[in-house]
Write a protein that binds this ligand. Sequence first.
Ligand code: HEM
Length: 481
Amino acid sequence: MDLTILLGLTITFIVILITKKFQLFIISKTCSKKQLPFPPGKKGWPLIGETPSFVSSPKKFILDRMKTYNRNAFQTSIAGETVAILCGPAANKFIFSNENKLLKFWLPYSVSKALAQQNANPNSNSYKMADEIAHKFLKLDNIQKFVGTMDSMAQQHLDTFWVPSLQVKVHPLIKEFTFELSYRVFVEYFNPNLKSLKELRDPFFEFIEGILSTPLYVPGMPYYKALKASKIVQEKIFEMVEKRKNKMGNDDHDHDQIDGDLLGRFLMVRDEDGSCVSKEDIARVIVGFIFASFYTTTTTIAFTIAYLSKHPHVYDKVLQEQMNIKRSKGEGEQLNWIDVQKMKYSWNVICETMRLKPPSPGGFKEAITDFNFAGFHIPKGWKIHWSAYSTNMNPKYFENPEKFYPSRFEGSGPAPYTFVPFGGGPRMCIGKEYAKIETLVFLHNLVTKFKLKMVNPNEKIFYNPDPIPVDGLKVHLQLHS
Ligand code: HEM
């Protein structure tokens, strides 16, 4: 064969090979079925992925990547998983309306293990009963009964820990308050035993410290300590279940207990076969509730106080609203649900705080089937994240987004799906009424007692991924004359 022909054939063969290989490469980078690309992005370091940047500066993480890769979706790697972060109101609507169709609720294994969720059986009768009772317990018609208790607990907390001081560290004090309140509402409403409260508080605080840390099960590491502490918390709740059962004796019709805490409610309810919720499911729900309410409400109350201390004109408007309510009450009369409904401006202040400092930065889901979103393909098994920052900090939906401006919530408020602090769809937060009442009632008691001034208005905040003030958020207090 002529050498030129041979050379020509070889080159053609090589070109065909390269083209084929390139096609294969392109296809493997996209989806074989739909031909849409995966969202752009990078995975970061082996194993840890981009977890440290996501946890330590969630706002910057989201906003930077929306700018660099795509405003609607990008990919990353968090907690050892490939995660598609879907951004904007369309993403929120898509995620909330496709729960259990295209995606389902997901928690990193390390977190669900520490929350004692791993051995639970969602198909068991006990699990279903526990969830039904717990959902009913948090509904507004039940939870509004606790307004008076929350009011007197807030008063007592402020009189004991705030009034004697001229200056307090707000964040650690609010942690004590939110924990004690959840203990009363979920575990021991009648004649609370302070010793039992402390026995649960100490391991719970240790557990909460390490649950979101790097999941290294090595003695001395925070995650190791968190798992140990989670076991102790569970054992304590088992003991409390036994104690309460003995106290209740055989009287199944003790209505005081039914109208009291969640633990009492669990022990009273039986299904048609006479079986009741297992102690494991009781502990699972109670630990989950204390956990879900602890940081979220602590962050909300603490940062509302920070913003009020820095914005005296907003504080004055809140004070005026709360004084009107206080003046309408008799001496020593507790707040009730009707009073809480009148706290409209105060609620706008809390919403603006949650917009700027989201107590829950978003939610995680898992794709249960392949799907497309905004021109990208998301394969089954990928994890999905919706992020509060993707809408809360967008000037298109919130003019001058860095500015603290509660009046933006007046009138019809933000556009749909742009402000979703409690999520949406079937897995929307079931504690939102509890959170609303708790934060408003605390605020009422605080502003009607003190004028506030931040010691250091530029106090630094670190993220974990919840915002935590480095110095505990120090505030000067001045009692109203
Ligand atoms: C300011 C306070 C709170 C905020 C901002 C908040 C936020 C959220 C968000 C965003 C979700 C949905 C996450 C997702 O899409 O996957 C959620 C779910 C949940 N929250 Fe809250 N939460 C708050 C307070 C509470 C409280 C006080 C409780 C309990 C007493 C609670 C219990 C729950 C539970 C059990 C779920 C899961 C619901 C389900 O999966 O069906 N939360 N929360």
